[in-house]
Design a binder for this molecule. Structure first.
Ligand code: ZN
Length: 473
């Protein structure tokens, strides 16, 4: 079966064929955080989704190049920097570190590149110059530069590729300086914002005078610089489809860098929004959670990750504390099963048993149908538990089951061991002693050391590179 994604651009389920079909390389861009505050759980739905896409592409043998930008200059950031009276870098650096830490807590693989907007100002200026030269952008007396939707359309550009826009009934042609504006207006948006006193020390020189870039141009400049003018996948939350992504397409395709029929991006994937406790998240309703809020309440990163991964990414999802408790139960069922399989398999090794991997692949090939994938996982747990209870499973079969689990957990990333933990020195000393005992053929001593390690919560995994310690699930 072929891997299929729902492409917002075509509004249909499409087989995923990379731009270079013979190769394995896939360019993948996901709009990253605007670092002015801690990210909330709604933001993390998108980033866990991006991690799922990236891991699944890797699982399917592709080599994604995952780029996630860090928006470190933007309207809200400047407002905060002004009121906090600290330099831009100092302010954004703190929230960027917190964000990357949160990604690790959620066991998301680190993007291959995390470009900062402030490091790509020359690239942004170069794109804006192209747009001005092609007549689809214009300078205003205050030293700003705007993208003209009307001129772009007149030149054959298509505005409204991701969302259907009714140009008759929408307010068209207004000019907005703000990065985020009403969805009822198709506005000429700022590519470059002339310096105003409120910007403080946040400005750069440009051919149009001192100023700073608009938010939308940041993503066009960074994605095309790092992935090429045309790349495979662009991901983001559905709230970014309009105007942000629509503007990204207009700016990028408006530069005249593409050949006829070529697109800025081949597949656009959008994750639906998240409700919390049945409502739109808001601080006044008390249902606004950062990841840290949930950790403080005693939940773990893997529980949050599990819950965020239970729903199909295109369905709006109701995130609740009750759901987190259910995730805890679900994970402990998996953990218990894995522990029993590990005990039975002992030192046996085997290639992955095919059934689980096959059902899992079928589910995720179908536009990442996570609900079906979890269905396959829990059916497998049930069958394993039954065979274990009936004593009809041989150690080699347990090893094959564990291998199958490890294979699909490359995508799920929810095994406690997946959150790689380094063993404390005391455990490493015990492991060394056990190795020495084995060398000296003092097997009883070696076994009792293994048991001691196990009693302290660690398992010895014999690998071709020698024994390793793993947290006992
Ligand atoms: Zn973006």
């Amino acid at each position: 079966m072929a891997l299929k994604f729902f492409n917002t651009l075509s509004r249909s389920l499409q087989e995923f064929v990379p731009l270079v079909p013979s190769g394995k390389k896939v360019g993948m861009y996901c709009c990253g955080p605007t670092v002015y505050d801690l990210a909330h759980i709604g933001n993390f739905r998108t980033f866990v989704f991006a991690d799922l896409v990236r891991r699944y592409l890797e699982f399917r043998g592709f080599e994604p190049q995952h780029v996630m930008n860090v928006t470190d200059v933007e309207d809200k950031i400047i407002r905060h920097v002004r009121s906090a009276q600290i330099p831009l870098r100092e302010y954004t650096g703190k929230f960027e570190q917190a964000f990357l830490e949160d990604l690790r807590t959620l066991n998301c693989r680190a993007p291959h590149q995390t470009p900062h907007a402030t490091e790509f100002i020359p690239e942004m200026i170069a794109l804006i110059e192209k747009l001005v030269a092609r007549g689809v952008a214009y300078r205003t007396p205050d030293g700003s530069v705007y993208f003209s939707i009307e001129k772009y359309r007149a030149a054959g550009g298509q505005y409204g590729q991701l969302v259907h826009l009714d140009f008759e009934n929408l307010r068209v042609g207004e000019r907005v300086r703000s990065d985020e504006y009403a969805k009822e207006s198709v506005a000429d948006f700022a590519l470059w914002k002339g310096r105003v006193p409120e910007d403080g020390a946040v400005f750069w020189p440009s051919p149009w005078g001192e100023g700073r870039p608009g938010w939308h141009i940041e993503c066009s400049a960074m994605s095309m610089k790092l992935l090429g003018t045309s790349f495979d996948l662009h991901l983001g939350g559905e709230d970014l489809a309009f105007p942000h992504h629509e503007d990204e397409i207009a700016q990028s395709e408006g530069c005249g860098l593409h050949t006829p029929g070529q697109h800025f991006v081949k597949y656009w994937l959008h994750a639906a929004h998240l409700l919390v406790e049945g409502k739109k998240m808001s601080k006044s309703l008390g249902n606004f959670f950062t990841l840290r809020d949930l950790l403080t309440k005693g939940y773990t990163g893997r529980e949050v990750r599990h819950l965020l991964l239970t729903a199909h990414y295109r369905e709006s999802f109701n995130f609740t504390l009750e759901g987190l408790a259910a995730s805890r139960t679900a994970l402990s069922r998996i953990d218990e099963c894995l522990a029993k399989l590990t005990e039975l398999a002992e030192t046996h090794t085997a290639p992955p048993a095919p059934e689980l991997v096959q059902r899992f692949t079928e589910a995720l090939d179908d536009d990442l149908n996570a609900a079906a994938a979890w269905g396959a996982v829990f059916e497998w747990v049930r069958q394993c538990n039954k065979a274990l209870a009936d004593h009809t499973m041989a150690p080699a079969a347990a090893a094959a089951a564990l291998s199958a689990w490890r294979k699909i957990d490359e995508v799920l990333g929810i095994s406690p061991a997946a959150a790689a933990e380094t063993a404390p020195a005391e455990m490493l000393a015990l492991l060394d002693a056990r190795q020495a005992a084995r060398k000296a053929k003092a097997f009883k001593r070696a076994d009792s050391l293994r048991d001691e390690i196990k009693a302290k919560g660690w398992l010895i995994e014999d690998t071709p590179k020698g024994p390793k310690l793993k947290r006992n699930a």
